[in-house]
Design a protein around this ligand. Structure first.
Ligand code: NAD
Length: 387
């Protein structure tokens, strides 16, 4: 049996006003310093005041949040005793909110051990609202939380169906302030979710539709959102695209580009969206070179043409590279502040982490160790994959 998981999604103009309908005792907002000092937090606070809901703010989440941060956040939650948790921010804040909420409900759990096989009994104390302020990760609608083990230098992709938000609020007014570079690489993150989830071994009819639509929206609107951040239509379409791609991710799972990108992100602190999207064209080529993938329908839906999977892979990887050039994003890891000597020195560590990554299991073509090395090197140098 399969399930399609989704929170209630409030989207579009003034979606944030949904907060005024929330009833409860106390909210706990999990966010970061930037958002706390920006008008974004004030917008949420205003709505909570109208709802008559007292709240506390934890604003200490860093990008790619560490296990330690989540533990501190959970301790602050426990001191306040909220019945609503609000993750407000990019994927980092929303993920930190999910994991801290789990520890608030179940303090004895080791966050690194969060897994889909266990029942945690969440919602005994609180429910979760996720409010994205980037258009990328889709965390507002997935049941995953990605944390960083700073000691081991590993990103932990952790999941439990219970971590799905109760409510996702997808309001484009919250992304109008995203600068061009963040808009670009978070938007490419959404595209990576859409493409990988569509091509995943766990692909299914329900997730297919949202993946196709998300990919189409990104190709159509990301260049506009990057070129002119005040383009309201492009912002709204990109915000919807990210959530749709998140539904794809949450219901059929990302694959090889994520396994590579998570490794790069953990060892070299390349932001998530950039790390996974730079790897994407290479992993598409690797997959389609064997005649595998599910790129043909996707390529046609987005508006390109191809005759078979291998050609579709070439067309799609070329289109993604073209999009990256158009929005000023790097096409290879060498251009992502990753020093060459260090990259080569860490090649085995990169492969170790990619091999352990949970995303690898749904890849249509899973590389052996030597192919994995070669894939990393291609992604570093910018050499198209011919194997
Ligand atoms: P982020 O949350 O790390 O934020 C990046 C920066 O953008 C921060 O400095 C933040 O303050 C700033 N920012 C956020 N909103 C802004 C706005 N409206 N205007 C200006 N600046 C703003 O970035 P992200 O790409 O959204 O999230 C990345 C994290 O999400 C990674 O840890 C990644 O692994 C994780 N992730 C999780 C899932 C999931 O399903 N749980 C999926 C993909 C990625």
């Amino acid at each position: 049996m399969w399930y399609f998981n989704s929170p209630l999604i409030a989207f579009g103009d003034d979606a944030l006003s949904h907060l005024e309908q929330i009833q409860g005792r106390r909210a706990f907002i999990v966010t970061d310093h930037f958002i706390a000092q920006s008008p974004l937090l004030a917008k949420v606070e205003e709505r909570l005041k109208r709802a008559g809901l007292p709240y506390t703010v934890f604003a200490d989440v860093e990008p790619e949040p560490a296990l330690e941060t989540v533990r501190r956040c959970a301790a602050a939650m426990t001191a306040e005793g909220p019945d609503w948790i609000i993750g407000l921010g990019g994927g980092s804040c929303m993920d930190a909110a999910k994991a801290a909420w789990l520890l608030y409900e179940r303090p004895e759990v080791d966050p690194a051990g969060i897994n889909p096989m266990e029942t945690f009994g969440l919602r005994a104390k609180a429910r979760l609202i996720s409010i994205p302020t980037t258009s990328g990760t889709g965390s507002e609608v997935t049941w995953a939380t990605v944390l960083t083990d700073t000691q081991e230098k590993r990103k932990l992709g952790l999941a439990s169906r219970e971590l799905l938000s109760d409510i996702a609020i997808v309001d484009p007014a919250l992304v109008m302030s995203l600068p061009p570079s963040l808009t670009a690489f978070t938007g490419l993150d959404a595209l990576t979710h859409a493409v990988e989830s569509y091509a995943s071994m766990w692909a299914n009819d329900f997730a297919d539709g949202v993946c196709l639509k998300a990919a189409q929206l990104v190709f159509a609107y990301l260049p506009r959102a990057v070129a002119d951040g005040s383009d309201v239509e492009a912002r709204e379409k990109m915000h919807n695209a990210a959530t749709l791609a998140g539904l794809g991710l949450g219901n059929s799972q990302a694959a090889l580009a994520h396994a590579l990108g998570h490794s790069v992100g953990a060892l070299f602190r390349v932001p998530h969206g950039r790390a996974v999207s730079v790897c994407l064209p290479y992993t598409i080529e690797y997959t389609s070179n064997a005649g595998l993938g599910r790129y043909l329908d996707l390529v046609r839906f987005v508006g390109f043409s191809a005759q078979d999977e291998t050609e579709a892979g070439r067309v799609l990887s070329g289109a993604i590279r073209g999009l990256m050039r158009q929005i000023g994003q790097p096409e290879r890891l060498a251009d992502c502040d990753v020093p060459e000597a260090e990259f080569r020195a860490q090649l085995e560590a990169l492969c170790d982490r990619a091999e352990l990554d949970t995303c690898l299991v749904v890849a249509r073509r899973i590389p052996e160790r030597d192919e994995l090395r070669r894939l990393f090197l291609c992604a570093y140098d910018g050499t198209p994959v011919d194997f």
